[in-house]
Design a protein around this ligand. Structure first.
Ligand code: ME8
Length: 518
């Protein structure tokens, strides 16, 4: 088991300055789906998520609420952790940057960057956005009609002037450009790669990496008047989670990360600052940073600061967990922005899940239960139509592997649901219900082929709809070992003669609450 290939995947760690919103849930669902996919594909997966408790934004929110930043962090981190659990995430750990292990790791990476000659003391004066926790150049900001100055992400900026430690980011300009060139897959999707490359080509200035005007953060080693700039410690969470600086920790084998999954607004921190910090500290670089898009509800960006927040728990309660997971990952091409609405969600649930997959499975397996004494039938020779649908099912794994390696979850899902659609056409054209009287052997073959195609669809659907796919696999009497991707393809076909139970429905239809039970 130890020679399994490692796969380390992370989400961004969220600011717990408010309740989790749908953007956080989206990132967790997508990352969990990728973690489950790689695990089922035989990799030794480690999946980390958590909360980013430091910074001025947390401090200001706590002050407004009349509590300490530590209290705010604890209270809301609990809510984030509960959300991740409610979403069915299979994360191995949940980090909070207030933890002692994280302070130790952040101080160690600082020491290593300093030892490499990359940290010096000076004074900073410039623009800072508390909402983005980001420094901006004057030419990245603009004063709008309301007389307020805004940064490039549309958040207000304020003037900051204080003694500060700096990181020699300018020294890493050429090294970063060489990285983007040599490893074209380092940043995905391509539009983000272009954005980052042109930002770095525009010239990098040294980065202010400490603050003295508040003390909510990780103290700078050797100069406790300063706390680290929140992004220095936040990014370090990815190695804290693997035991850094203890390289004998068994988890350290997972470094470097295979994929950091983040939103597009924080690509600069992950694709510019983070690799520069790691190069400076003499540590390996992550293999890929992938930025997903933003979700919009009625076209408006959601954020805790604006107050336009949709509670993911409500979505799960209203539509179901597997349904919510499927909707977001199928509807929104991963990497692009997306919209959602009640109508769009209901349409996906009823069309793709309840009708196309749910009904096909229920109809075909019920026919087996009823007409074949609850036993998988023995197929006869396969017709060209049988062979075509089986070949399409057998080919899904490879397409999904290629797609998931690039975080193109939507392409993997559309390949699976193309097969669902084709299986429906096959089933309708073969009319097994009519064969019952005229040619029962041929009926058995059609039902066997349909069940075998459903087997492969359900195995591949597990990462996105784990519970419902598990129900389909229960309906086929498949043992836990018979549910991994190693069993996909023609070498592990369903065994004729296996007893199967009367099928339980896996994907219920969505019924509007006011008409439910009417
Ligand atoms: O940025 N749609 O935390 P955060 C999709 N602490 N994704 C969204 C979104 C939306 N409407 N709103 C936010 C931070 N996100 C830092 C990260 S990592 C070392 C530190 C995504 O709570 C956002 O892009 O503001 C980010 O990836 C994640 O949610 C956490 O955002």
């Amino acid at each position: 088991m130890t020679d399994r290939q490692s796969y380390y995947i992370t989400t961004a760690i969220s600011y717990p300055n408010g309740a989790p919103h749908i953007g956080h849930a989206y990132e967790a669902i997508a990352t969990d789906t990728m973690a489950r996919f790689q695990r089922l594909d035989g990799k030794d997966v480690y999946f980390l998520t958590g909360t980013d408790v430091h910074g001025q934004k947390m401090l200001q929110t706590a002050q407004r609420e009349g509590i300490t930043a530590a209290e705010l962090a604890d209270r809301n981190s609990d809510r984030f952790q509960a959300m991740v659990e409610a979403l069915g995430c299979t994360n191995n750990d949940f980090i909070r940057t207030s933890q002692e292990r994280h302070h130790a790791a952040s101080q160690e990476i600082w020491r290593r960057m300093a030892a490499n000659g990359d940290i010096y003391k000076d004074s900073y004066s410039g623009w800072y956005s508390v909402r983005d926790e980001a420094y901006y150049q004057a030419d990245e900001t603009e004063v709008r009609a309301d007389n307020v100055r805004y940064g490039p992400q549309g958040t207000p900026v304020e003037w900051v002037e204080e003694e500060s430690y700096f990181f020699k980011l300018s020294k890493y300009e050429d090294k970063l450009l060489a990285l983007y060139d040599d490893q074209p897959d380092f940043i995905g999707p391509n539009e983000r790669r272009n954005e980052v490359t042109s930002f770095v080509k525009g010239g990098l200035r040294d980065l202010s990496i400490s603050r003295t005007t508040f003390d909510w953060g990780v103290p700078v080693p050797g100069d406790e008047k300063h706390v680290m700039y929140v992004w220095v410690d936040a990014l370090t969470n990815y190695i804290t989670g693997l035991g850094f600086p203890d390289e004998d920790n068994p988890l350290w084998k997972h470094w470097p990360a295979d994929a950091h999954i983040i939103g597009k607004d924080i690509i600069r921190f992950h694709a510019v600052y983070w690799p520069a910090f790691l190069m400076s500290a003499g540590l390996e670089l992550p293999k890929r940073v992938f930025a997903h898009g933003f979700l919009f509800n009625k076209g408006e960006k959601m954020s805790k600061s604006i107050g336009n927040v949709i509670d993911p728990m409500n979505l799960i309660a209203a539509y179901g967990l597997d349904q919510t997971r499927y909707f977001f990952l199928r509807e929104v091409p991963f990497g692009k922005d997306g919209n959602y609405s009640h109508e769009a969600i209901v349409n996906r649930i009823n069309a793709d899940l309840a009708n196309d997959l749910g009904n096909l499975a229920q109809r075909s397996l019920s026919m087996i239960a009823k007409n074949c004494s609850n036993t998988l039938p023995q197929p006869g020779d396969f017709s060209p139509e049988d062979q075509a649908i089986l070949a399409q099912a057998d080919a899904m794994l490879e397409t999904c592997r290629v797609a998931f390696a690039k975080q193109e979850i939507h392409i993997g899902l559309s390949c699976i649901w193309d097969c669902v659609a084709e299986a429906n056409r096959y089933f309708a054209a073969q009319e097994p219900w009519a064969l019952k009287k005229t040619d029962p052997d041929r009926m058995g073959t059609v039902l066997y082929v349909t069940a075998e195609v459903i087997r492969q669809i359900a195995i591949l659907a597990q990462p996105v709809t784990p519970t419902a796919a598990g129900q389909l696999l229960d309906n086929l009497s498949l043992s836990p070992e018979a549910r991994t991707f190693a069993t996909l393809g023609q070498d592990h076909r369903l065994v004729p003669g296996t007893d199967i139970p009367k099928p339980e429905p896996a994907f219920p239809r969505y019924v509007e609450p006011e008409t439910a039970g009417a």
